[in-house]
Design a binder for this molecule. Structure first.
Ligand SMILES: Nc1ncnc2c1ncn2[C@@H]1O[C@H](COP(=O)(O)OP(=O)(O)O)[C@@H](O)[C@H]1O
Ligand SMILES: [Mg+2]
Length: 256
């Protein structure tokens, strides 16, 4: 058993890193994320997950943290173009060598009808390939990592048991790298009631981005559902996407 003194040393040595996303650090005791933690970012299509991930990476260099963005869904050209419309200097940081952009989309582009066993093999090799890329990309001095998104790859596995193993494998690859990581995941329907996905138990944190569409209410909310090591706010807060990226309003609470 570890001594009390040793545990106290561990507590004192936890370092935090600001996400740099407007309003989110305020929900995280003003400190941000414990360095090296893995956060699942869950939300529907168009909710701003990619923007959130890029914003986190773009803030990195200002606190001496270089980043890696791995795209599984979107071409890098589209990522760079779209980031400009939300005021992010992705292209500039890339040129300066402070942000690596990796196109991993070929590993999930399975075409046509494939027999189930072949499908699984393709998913497995896709997973191996993703993990190799993550390892290669983070060998240099990198502190922030975003994988966008895991959904397409994970859904290639034919059943829940396989999917769980795949997510577990990804987390086991990422943990030793010690980067503060956003793993972007999809929410199939933007419901208010949401069951925890298995993978979210394994990660230190879960951020949820929801669209609330009720008669008379059109609102997007951001919630820190879980963040180990931080006494975080747990309520849904409105957010907007604009030419300065995502802004969460920490003093406003949406009770829908
Ligand atoms: N300058 C802007 N002002 C307002 N909304 C924007 C702007 N640029 C992009 N958006 C919105 O941001 C959303 C795209 O966000 P994105 O991060 O790609 O979402 P996701 O990755 O969750 O699919 C789109 O719904 C788009 O309408
Ligand atoms: Mg996206």
């Amino acid at each position: 058993m570890e001594s009390r003194q040793r545990l106290e040393q561990i507590v004192a040595s936890i370092e935090y890193t600001p996400t740099g996303i407007q309003g989110i650090d305020e929900l995280l005791e003003g400190k941000g994320l414990p360095k090296g933690s893995v956060v699942f970012v869950v939300g529907g299509p168009g909710s701003g997950k990619t923007t959130l991930g890029l914003q986190f990476l773009c803030h990195g260099p200002s606190v001496n943290e270089n980043g890696v963005y791995i795209s599984l869904d979107e071409s890098l050209e589209s990522v760079i173009r779209n980031s400009a419309t939300v005021g992010l200097n992705v292209g500039q940081l890339y040129k300066e060598g402070k942000l690596s952009l990796i196109d991993a989309s070929p590993i999930v582009s399975v075409q046509g009808e494939i027999a189930a066993s072949k499908f699984l093999r393709s998913a497995e090799s896709g997973l191996t390939s993703l993990m190799q890329r993550v390892e290669a990309a983070t060998r240099t001095n990198v502190s922030r990592l975003v994988v966008d998104s895991l959904a397409t790859l994970i859904l290639q596995f034919p059943n829940d048991a396989e999917r769980r193993l795949a997510v577990k494998g990804i987390l086991e690859t990422i943990r030793p790298i010690k980067c503060t990581t956003f793993l972007i995941s999809e929410l199939s329907h933007s419901t208010i009631d949401r069951e925890y996905q298995f993978e979210e138990y394994l990660a230190e944190g879960v951020f949820v981005m929801r669209a609330i569409n009720k008669p008379g209410v059109a609102l997007q909310t951001f919630t820190v559902e879980k963040m180990r090591g931080v006494d975080h706010d747990k309520r849904p807060h409105p957010y907007k996407i604009g030419s300065n990226g995502i802004e969460v309003f920490p003093t406003e609470v949406a009770d829908y």
